[in-house]
Design a protein around this ligand. Structure first.
Ligand SMILES: C[S@@+](CC[C@H](N)C(=O)[O-])C[C@H]1O[C@@H](n2cnc3c(N)ncnc32)[C@H](O)[C@@H]1O
Length: 201
């Protein structure tokens, strides 16, 4: 019979115990259960309360730096990404929320766009543009020789975006109805992609 060292024997005992407890996957992948999304994390989203509640994560499995993407993928149940629940799409019916007065002090949109140093003439994609809260100032920044490709899943959002652009006198926004799997952006044509309050969806 082959000799088994004390260390190997200890590992085998640990793995057997882990398998018994149903945590062997976790042990092998070197993962640890991180705390669920904090309250502050939830509050950072600019969605209405009702929607924030539905986006709260129910999983305690959260990423730990350095672990393999294979392990990460394996542990995400359907509807989750990197341990966080994918939020439902914010309905166009809640559009007023996107234009609330407090948004300026909460998010400082002008400072954000200034920091991006968007050149005139650029082609910028505003992915998940909603009703154009950022698309319109972006369109002004890129100027008449530039373009804003404003994509959204919801046709109602895009219709409101077009109406808002008309009111603002902006003519260089191209609305694009995309899908969840196809952003419908022209390949090799985009200088910058902006996603605000979209990634979690
Ligand atoms: C909370 S709103 C934010 C709108 C805009 N970015 C803003 O800051 O005012 C999120 C928008 O993203 C859109 N959206 C969600 N998932 C998307 C996806 N996979 N591709 C494009 N748009 C998406 C929704 O339809 C919704 O209009």
């Amino acid at each position: 019979m082959p000799r088994i060292s004390l260390a190997t024997r200890s590992s085998l005992v640990a793995l057997t115990l882990a398998a018994f407890l149903g945590i062997s996957d976790w042990l092998i992948a070197g993962q640890s259960a991180a705390p669920a999304r904090s309250k502050a994390d939830d509050q950072s989203t600019s969605q209405p309360k009702a929607q924030q509640d539905s986006t709260k994560t129910k999983s305690k499995a959260k990423g730990k730096a350095g672990r393999s993407s294979k392990a990460r993928t394996r542990r995400d149940p359907p509807g989750f990404y990197m341990g966080r629940e994918i939020a439902p799409v914010m309905s166009w019916e809640g559009v007023d929320w996107l234009f609330r007065q407090t948004r300026i002090e909460q998010e400082e949109p002008e400072a954000m766009l200034n920091a991006l140093k968007i050149p005139r003439g650029a082609t910028v994609a505003d992915v998940g543009a909603g009703a154009g809260y950022h698309s319109i100032p972006l369109a002004r920044r890129v100027g008449p020789k530039g373009t804003v490709l404003a994509t959204d899943l919801q046709p109602e959002m895009l219709r409101m975006l077009q109406a808002n652009a008309r009111t603002a006198g902006v003519t260089n926004i191209k609305p694009i109805r995309c899908t969840q799997t196809d952003p419908r952006l022209p390949e090799g044509m985009v200088d910058l992609v902006l996603m605000v309050d979209v990634y979690h969806e």
